[in-house]
Design a binder for this molecule. Sequence first.
Ligand SMILES: Nc1ncnc2c1ncn2[C@@H]1O[C@H](COP(=O)(O)OP(=O)(O)O)[C@@H](O)[C@H]1O
Ligand SMILES: [Mg+2]
Length: 296
Amino acid sequence: MHVLCPVTSPPLLETRGLTKIYGGKTVLAGVDLVVERGETVVVLGGSGSGKSTLARLLVGLERPTGGHILVAGRDLVGLPEDELARERQRFAMVFQKYALLDSLTVYENVAFPLRERRMSEREIRERVMRQLDALGVADAAKKLPAELSGGMAKRVGIARAMVMDPEILVYDEPTSGLDPVTSRVVDELIDEVRERFCVTSLVITHDMATAWGIADRVVLLDGGRIAIDGPPDVVLASDDPRIRPFADSSGVDPKRLGHRKQRSSPAEVRARWEQRRPAPELRERRSLADVLFSRA
Ligand SMILES: Nc1ncnc2c1ncn2[C@@H]1O[C@H](COP(=O)(O)OP(=O)(O)O)[C@@H](O)[C@H]1O
Ligand SMILES: [Mg+2]
């Protein structure tokens, strides 16, 4: 077994026997996945393997048919609505096609998740602008999504996901439909967000190069289960016939992957997260700006 970072007990996120059945069709047949705080886990899987379904279950857009989702050891399945809603704020999703609302400005798109909460206009403004600033798109605040480049739209999508100050960011196919050069820019952005916000990331993709570039751990979703789980160098170099097809779809031969960029380890990200974040009971009171720009 490969231990990539000292294991925290309990892990930040764990699924046990997670299942999803749609009208008699079993899409997830018992997903067992552990994600430690600070890790970037890349979930590989073919088209229709249930990757988006897994993402939707994790962020709470859908309910599982069976199994458990544990966050810091607490089972979300069976929690009362209000407590579930609070736990769900620990997750955010960056959608495949950014999912920005066309008729709203960048500012209003990012403010959107805050509008449902009782928050003063001043606090909303502060949070949104700091978030846009952190992602380098503050100048685009008044623009409409149609006026943005793909790269900027991606940054705005991430700003919106981050505005509620989540601990776990789930990206659904962040590079799908992008050319290889732009895809690598998006990989860098995911790494930048991790460095900056110390988030734990789950990146769902079929892009081998993404897996190689940013994963601390790679898992393969196949047959409704986690079929392979390990460090990227081991998983991507394996002769397992379930891994090979990803080389073709991404144009990257897993056996000829080059040099990996030096990145922070999950343990380093976790240590920084713990330094910078207040205890959960205080988080409600502090704005993202306080957390981001405070000196530990
Ligand atoms: N809401 C739904 N109702 C019925 N079937 C669904 C629904 N969502 C997804 N599916 C089916 O579940 C399977 C997995 O879908 P999905 O999770 O989107 O796969 P992936 O993201 O890996 O391509 C597909 O066969 C899809 O048709
Ligand atoms: Mg999908």
